[in-house]
Design a protein around this ligand. Structure first.
Ligand code: SF4
Ligand code: SF4
Length: 458
């Protein structure tokens, strides 16, 4: 890895060039146009503002990424991250966080359609997407289609930025491309097409316990009934087999990265739209303690809830029926809405992009337990080469103090590591290697170096 791939110390903020100002003003204009798109009472004008906003946001973001990163030599250049208000919890970050959390609050609790099909404050935005929704899903748009469109667009546009930024790394090029593919194909187009063919809106890239309802008795019954004899059975079979067999097998071979950094939509958003915020993850021991307390509690709760729902559905304990539904709703509210949405994405600019994955996601907890105790995946460290620059810890979105492991030459076997590979990419000394190979013959860290040294010396 050449020196251009290193992170450098903070320097005074450089002047923003004219071209960059122009491209960023396209993004700003796009964001501003979302206001008339939301509030203009004239539906026709609001719709045109909406599409103009999306066009400007897309052109501005992709143009800015190409201009900004295309002019530099390839490599990780995270200059001035702690000087910019947008990436160092400054005023821009707070405003962004407030807008994001505000959007999620409105989406979850104030945009359900009334009797006239009015989606509250999001009504104009929702109906602006009617033509697209008709084309894809053969039905008018709703608040979740609007959300899915924004979410997918964010991954595609910021994925384009990531492709430019990390174009020197085949690993990140392929990984980012795969994340974009899964979001567009499996989390946007395919569920829409299923609806168009009068089938359940099913997400083949989400599994229990991240999407816990897929193994709840009500949903299983609904899929079997509305999915038809072939497709419905396949959907239930897919969920059960992947969740209970596929996840352990794939995690044994590849660690949790096969899902968290290659397939999952939450991970997809974190790796693309959340990339500018990866340095904000808290690396303190206190944060780690809370991480362990909360995430495994959520996992235990969802396992128990799933079991209770099945016992209740079996009729073996009639009293359970009155308890399990409210519990399920409470879980959906607290974990599905507040934690994964409002906090998970809304706090990106303040706490980093993996708040949900790190503290709340039961799938990450399940995968993490497997990764730590059962998997072949680990990050090996060549401690003798480490110069203690700290680049690796700075880019770790899961708040792992990678440098400490590297300095000691210890392999990193952490339940929380999502295997994004960014620590390895940012290291100027090639100290860190993500490995899936069998344990025998694998590089063991500094112990092996010492053994080799002794052999050479003897
Ligand atoms: S330790 Fe490295 S691979 Fe793991 S999450 Fe942190 S940056 Fe990504
Ligand atoms: S492993 Fe050492 S040399 Fe490499 S980025 Fe981390 S601190 Fe720097």
């Amino acid at each position: 890895m050449d020196s251009s791939q290193t992170l450098t110390a903070d320097a005074p903020l450089p002047e923003v060039a004219g071209t960059e100002k122009l491209l960023l003003s396209l993004v700003a204009l796009g964001l501003l146009l979302l206001l008339p798109a939301t509030f203009d009472a004239d539906a026709w004008r609001a719709r045109w503002c909406f599409y103009a906003a999306l066009g400007l946001l897309s052109a501005g973001t992709l143009g800015w990424a190409a201009w900004k990163y295309g002019r530099k030599p390839p490599g990780v250049h995270n200059h001035n991250l702690w000087l910019r208000a947008s990436t160092s919890r400054g005023a821009v970050a707070w405003v962004t966080g407030l807008v994001l959390t505000g959007f999620y609050v409105i989406l979850y609790w104030f945009s359900s359609p009334d009797d006239q099909g009015n989606f509250g404050p999001l009504n104009q935005l929702v109906h602006a997407l009617d033509p697209v929704s008709q084309l894809l899903r053969n039905r008018p748009s709703d608040q979740w289609f609007l959300y899915g469109t924004f979410y997918t667009l964010a991954i595609l546009l910021m994925g384009g930025r990531a492709l430019w930024k990390y174009r020197h790394s085949p690993y990140h090029l392929i990984r980012t491309g795969v994340l974009m593919f899964f979001q567009l194909g499996f989390a946007f187009l395919l569920p829409g097409l299923l609806l168009a063919f009068q089938r359940p809106e099913f997400y083949f890239s989400y599994f229990w316990p991240l999407k816990p309802e897929y193994l709840f008795p009500d949903t299983v019954g609904y899929l079997l009934k509305d999915g038809g004899p072939g497709l419905g059975v396949f959907m239930v079979f897919w969920t059960a087999v992947i969740s209970l067999v596929g996840v352990p097998v794939l995690t044994y071979f590849f660690g949790k990265r096969w899902y968290c950094s290659w397939v999952c939509g939450c991970g997809g958003l974190a790796e693309t739209a959340g990339d500018p915020y990866r340095q904000l993850a808290d690396t303190s021991r206190t944060a780690w303690k809370w991480e362990v307390r909360i995430i495994y509690t959520v996992l235990v709760v969802i396992v128990l809830l799933t079991a209770l729902l099945w016992v209740g559905a079996s009729g073996a304990v009639p009293a359970l029926a009155s308890v399990t539904q409210p519990l399920s709703q409470a879980y959906g509210f607290a974990i599905g809405s507040v934690f994964s949405g409002v906090i998970g994405v809304g706090f990106y600019p303040l706490m980093g992009a993996r708040v949900w994955c790190r503290f709340g996601c039961p799938m990450a907890a399940y995968l993490g337990l497997l990764q730590k105790h059962f998997s072949r995946f680990r990050i090996t460290t060549n401690g003798a080469q480490c110069i203690s620059c700290g680049n690796c810890s700075n880019v770790c979105e899961m708040g792992i103090d990678v440098k400490q492991y590297a300095q000691r030459g210890e392999p990193i076997i952490r339940a929380s590591c999502v295997g994004c590979g960014m620590c390895s990419t940012a290291c100027p000394r090639g100290v860190l290697n993500l490995e899936n190979g069998p344990r025998e013959g694998r590089y063991q860290g500094s112990q092996l170096i010492h053994a080799d040294s002794l052999r050479i010396l003897s």
